[in-house]
Design a protein around this ligand. Structure first.
Ligand code: LR7
Ligand code: MN
Length: 584
């Protein structure tokens, strides 16, 4: 739910944001860096280039794990133990100000110790794993744009407090052109306490998180890179379990299980209870989803605490061999600011011979914000439509096959009109690395997507649903589901007024389904695993008919409320057109 809400809000924010086209960016920094054009990799080169340790596996022994920290004495104080901290009422103004500026309660964070203790959310079993002693050294890369100082610094403190020092090569902070004063000299001064192990590099202009991460990777010097968002707290012994699979096979990306940190109280709590294993998938509009690990995967593992394969990941938090990341071309430099980069990297890894593992024993807390506090700024100027959808289009046009592309365009029909820029470099890379097709990926890796989001029947109609009597259009008004559907002036921009009727009778809006009875018309979560529905369109009468009693979608003449009524060929309030126009 957190994630669904997040995506909906981001999509809404993106709809009003525009962007700027960018020159393709190259990794020309150090001799070690590679640009996507000089990449050529075959399995045997990878193996020798990165040392392959197939013989060394972690072991689950009946004694404390070799990197398991000694239990800490309970500490008393605000937010200690991951408990919620409630600000005194007298601070209400500061709280409101923080929430509106940062999307989180920085005033509360300021009152919580940088080194606070949190809740151990791991499975009990995790405390008994023994990992190889010579795991690779790690650069932790944290990109940030106008984050709250105390939250950013607590992220760094948690890394130092909970990582074995011998594996922590450095922490690289990459400032994506923040303009807040406390992120300048105050920050430079603060990080001196870590004696050069933490450094900050700054973008000359706003690049967005995707390019900023690629920059961090090319400037880092550790063997492995770990990305974290700037509002995280890593949990006990989080690092060795992330490094062990990469040590065994450098073409594995590892992903910690993400816990939640409340944006108001900084309460640390699991999103998933220990032992409940989920993995990353997607629906056809490319909204990120999580699904219980299917038995085809879970039966391969003896223990629930073992890493398991996942088709994709949420985006922010993962570990990877640095050279491997760069040889895959880092992120597609044509992706803008935010969104879709998680899929791009995931498809690239899987289809080009690597894999992704989620690691139940590695837990990292992340602050889920109420809304996105920053704008996409200049990066979004002059772009018609949604920047995030443009990113998705680049990714699916590069990595999907023809069949699966159709499902994306069925679910997100406006995307056909969006200008995604040049993807020839990406396609070239895919050919050069001899990557497998998307049908292989769906069959062998992401097979559980179909259980939740079956292949989509084509749309028979899509666009604005306009009432003939009033000339108003159906509109979700950007509300979350479930909620009543309203009507408003037709705007032609798309977004909340784009509805789709498919050949199996499902009337959808975004990822939601339209449901109705006599007195209400709502958008609701579609029944997972289904793509059919009760609706049909009668071209002769311009009626939208519900199977229930064969009644018609009707707008009440006086109250303007929507509902189902017996069909009447003379009632203009029951006549609808469903059309779209091409954006200019
Ligand atoms: O222009 C920007 N420049 C930046 O440097 C915008 C953001 N950033 C920084 C920002 O300060 C933060 O540290 O980039 C990082 C991620 O941005 P968020 O925190 O606004 O992103 P998010 O947590 O809302 O969204 C998720 O999806 C993103 C885009 O696809 C990124 O991949 C985020 O890292 C990702 N977050 C997670 O995966 C954490 C779990 C949440 C979920 C699901
Ligand atoms: Mn985040």
């Amino acid at each position: 739910n957190l994630r669904r809400g997040r995506i909906a809000r981001i999509a809404a924010a993106a709809a009003i944001c525009l962007m700027l086209v960018y020159a393709l960016h190259k990794y020309s920094k150090e001799s070690e860096s590679v640009s996507s054009s000089d990449v050529h990799l075959v399995q045997s080169e990878i193996v020798s280039a990165y040392k392959y340790h197939a013989d060394v596996y972690p072991k689950l022994l009946n004694e404390d794990g070799n990197f398991e920290p000694k239990p800490l004495k309970p500490v008393v104080g605000n937010g200690e133990g991951g408990q919620p901290y409630h600000m005194p009422e007298i601070m209400a103004n500061d709280v409101a100000e923080s929430e509106s500026q940062y999307g989180m309660n920085i005033a509360a964070s300021d009152k919580i110790a940088m080194n606070r203790t949190i809740l151990d959310t791991r499975m009990e079993e995790c405390k008994f794993w023994h990992y190889p002693e010579n795991l690779p050294k790690t650069s932790v890369i944290i990109v940030f744009h106008n984050e709250g100082f105390s939250v950013l610094m607590r992220t760094v403190h948690s890394v130092f407090n909970r990582s074995p020092p011998q594996f922590l090569h450095e922490v690289v902070l990459v400032d994506d052109y923040s303009d807040k004063d406390d992120l300048k000299e105050k920050l430079d001064k603060y990080i001196k306490r870590w004696n050069g192990k933490v450094r900050v590099i700054r973008n000359e202009k706003r690049e967005g998180l995707i390019r900023t991460r690629s920059r961090g990777a090319s400037e880092a010097t550790g063997e492995v890179i770990v990305f974290l968002d700037a509002h995280c707290e890593v949990n006990l012994n989080w690092l060795p379990p992330l490094l062990a699979p990469i040590y065994r096979d450098p073409k594995i990306m590892t992903v910690p299980v993400i816990d939640g940190i409340d944006h108001r109280t900084f309460e640390y709590r699991p999103v998933y209870q220990a032992g409940a294993n989920y993995r990353g998938i997607f629906e056809w509009g490319m909204l990120y989803k999580e699904n219980e690990v299917p038995s085809r995967e879970s039966k391969k593992h003896e223990h629930k605490s073992e890493p398991y394969k996942s088709p994709t990941h949420a985006g922010g938090l993962f570990a990877m061999n640095r050279k491997y990341f760069l040889e895959l071309g880092a992120y597609d430099p044509g992706l803008l600011v935010w969104g879709g980069e998680n899929f791009e990297l995931s498809f690239k890894i899987w289809q080009c011979g690597g894999s992704i593992e989620w690691v139940p024993c590695s837990r990292v807390g992340h602050v889920y914000r109420a809304f996105m506090p920053y704008s996409f700024g200049d990066l979004a100027r002059n772009k018609k439509g949604s920047l995030i959808t443009i990113n998705y289009k680049r990714v699916i046009e590069t990595w999907f096959d023809e069949e699966h592309k159709q499902y994306f365009y069925t679910r997100e029909p406006m995307a056909r009109f969006l200008d995604m820029g040049d993807i020839s470099k990406q396609v070239e890379l895919k050919n050069k690395l001899n990557c497998k097709g998307f049908d292989w990926f769906m069959k062998e890796v992401a097979y559980d997507v179909y259980d939740k989001f079956p292949k989509l029947p084509p749309n028979v109609k899509w666009g604005m649903v306009k009432n003939k009597a009033t000339s108003a259009c159906l509109d979700t008004l950007g509300r979350g589901a479930p909620s009543y559907i309203a009507t408003s002036a037709c705007h032609g921009v798309g977004g909340n007024q784009i509805f789709r009727l498919n050949s199996a009778g499902q009337l959808g809006v975004g990822e939601r389904c339209v449901e109705a009875d006599a007195d209400s018309v709502k958008q609701a979560v579609c029944r997972l695993g289904t793509v059919d529905g009760p609706w049909s369109y009668d071209d002769a009468e311009s009626h939208i008919i519900h199977r229930l009693h064969g009644h018609c979608l009707t707008m009440h003449a006086t109250t303007k409320a929507l509902g189902l009524r017996p069909c009447d060929p003379h009632n203009l309030y029951q006549q609808w057109t469903i059309t779209h126009k091409k954006p200019n």
